[in-house]
Design a protein around this ligand. Structure first.
Ligand SMILES: C[S@@+](CC[C@H](N)C(=O)[O-])C[C@H]1O[C@@H](n2cnc3c(N)ncnc32)[C@H](O)[C@@H]1O
Length: 282
């Protein structure tokens, strides 16, 4: 089959499942992954015959898209703050909202203008500490997660992107205090109440690690409370907490932080939704 014929085959196979604009972009990504041709070269090579192996690989990818597997897991990579991160079923696909949180920390750290020690709790792919280290090379970064498998991915990403980060296997919910103090503690913890599961896309539910997503309906702020308590022990003087939050939980988290003796500031993401909090002890 020529490249043109492959594109027609993919459109026919997937158009009932994926909308036209997204499909066109996904097809371009799959073809680039298999042939190494960027979009420009795909236009030039439109009549070029693909090898049998290339056709077979594209057919396998199409089958995975058909069952809803996110392209990032199919190609085992995702982009975050302009860098390529390896992802697999053990880690959440990094989200654009989280980039906005990282940008906030970078501007805060730049104003501080001194080397800071920063801990990311629930690090997953390691996207937060790695992006911070790339932007703030003088800072010391640590990533913590309960999942060994996630930490293995994070370590691989740090190696691929050539940064040095400390990694810690710990349970946020069973840690009263850590050994070191930090100038910044950041977290994008699990925050989706389990009752919202029924409204979520199958793509997320069937492929992303559930441990990264959900909290109980009864105590949805459990991670924020635990981290704010650790902060009381482990934030250095003028230390800051930075959180990503569920858009619906802003006021509740502000109240929780106030109760725990923190000043807090709520920020919206670029869609105007409450999405981030910065807090420091009163
Ligand atoms: C929403 S994901 C965030 C991943 C990454 N920081 C990001 O922003 O893409 C939450 C992470 O918290 C980790 N996690 C869940 N429960 C935990 C616990 N009790 N202690 C430590 N980490 C936990 C999960 O393994 C997952 O990697």
């Amino acid at each position: 089959m020529s490249l043109q014929e492959i594109k027609i085959f993919l459109k026919q196979k997937l158009s009932s499942k994926i909308d036209a604009v997204e499909l066109s972009s996904l097809i371009g990504m799959l073809i680039e992954a298999v042939t190494g041709w960027n979009r420009m070269r795909q236009i030039v090579n439109v009549n070029t015959e693909l090898t049998k192996e290339q056709q077979k690989q594209i057919e396998q990818y199409a089958e995975q898209l058909l069952v809803g597997k996110p392209i990032q897991y199919i190609l085992a990579k995702a982009w975050f703050m302009g860098n390529e991160f390896m992802v697999n079923e053990h880690v959440l696909i990094p989200r654009p909202e989280t980039e906005e949180l990282v940008e906030w920390i970078i501007s805060y750290a730049s104003i501080m203008n001194k080397p800071l020690s920063i801990l990311d709790l629930g690090t997953g792919s390691g996207c937060i500490p790695i992006a911070l280290k790339l932007a703030l090379p003088n800072c010391t970064l640590t990533g913590l997660d309960i999942s060994k498998d996630a930490l293995a991915v994070a370590q691989m990403n740090a190696k691929n992107l050539n940064v040095s980060i400390d990694w810690m296997e710990e349970d946020i919910l069973n840690t009263a205090a850590l050994d070191t103090s930090y100038d910044i503690m950041v977290s994008n913890p699990p925050y989706i109440p389990i009752r919202e599961k029924k409204d979520m896309q199958e793509q997320v539910l069937n492929f992303e690690p559930l441990i990264a997503l959900f909290v109980s309906n009864e105590d949805p702020l459990i991670y924020y409370r635990a981290i704010a308590k650790i902060g009381k022990q482990n934030l250095s003087k003028n230390g800051q907490l930075f959180f990503e939050i569920h858009y619906d939980q802003g006021k509740a988290i502000l109240a929780l932080l106030d109760e725990l003796n923190y000043h807090a500031e709520l920020r919206q993401d670029s869609f105007g939704k409450n999405r981030m909090i910065r807090a420091s002890l009163k």
